[in-house]
Design a protein around this ligand. Structure first.
Ligand code: ZN
Length: 203
């Protein structure tokens, strides 16, 4: 299983971190050991004072492909959920300054909680999917796929130019605005529409 992530795929989020809106998708990867399933908690790493939540829609790839045309891309994913791209923002800021890769800020153990997958059609039309994140019962991030800079189909097309995509691969499709710090004891819940699909406690 590979885990692809897309940075800065919602303009409002790029702006809140003073990043330019990208002309091409910004791609990075997480390791399989970053994934948390079935409501497992994140153990707050000791190397960061500023772990941020980034709620994201996550696609599951359902067939293998390479060089996929955008018009056929919809055949390559059929399930969706919400996930959190936990980011050690303080560590990432240091790495960005030096132009270094992001893995230690983005791919630490537990940095990728993934919710329960549902069939794509249950989430509604792909260009109008609402999703949100609650922290301790309060909504802190809200997104809708109409605001994506790069659509799911374009992401599949673009990724498959560079990498074979394989059944079971996951794609974190980017976070909307509202990212912020989590503390030990916080409970995070992720929704698509009114369906709760993700639960993650920070310990
Ligand atoms: Zn992200």
């Amino acid at each position: 299983m590979k885990i692809f992530c897309v940075g800065r795929n919602y303009a409002e989020h790029a702006k809140e971190l003073n990043n330019p809106v990208p002309k091409r998708p910004l791609i990075f990867c997480k390791l399989p050991s970053a994934v948390l399933l079935r409501g497992k908690p994140l153990f707050h790493p000791e190397f960061s004072e500023n772990i941020h939540h980034e709620v994201e829609l996550v696609l599951r790839v359902c067939r293998n492909g390479k060089h996929i045309a955008e018009r056929f891309a919809h055949k390559y994913y059929d399930q969706i959920t919400v996930g959190i791209d936990f980011t050690a923002r303080d560590v990432q800021a240091e790495l960005k300054k030096k132009g270094h890769p992001w893995e230690i800020a983005k791919s630490f153990d537990g940095s990728a909680p993934v919710g329960t997958f549902i069939p794509l059609e249950e989430a509604g039309p792909v260009d109008n999917i609402n999703f949100s994140l609650l922290k301790n019962g309060e909504t802190i991030q809200k997104g809708n796929t109409r605001d994506l800079l790069f659509s799911f189909d374009y992401l599949i097309h673009y990724l498959s130019k560079h990498f074979i995509i394989q059944q079971g691969d996951l794609i974190f499709t980017g976070t909307p605005a509202g990212v912020g710090k989590v503390e030990i004891g916080d409970v995070l819940e992720g929704y698509i529409g009114d369906k709760k699909l993700l639960n993650c406690k920070v310990l």
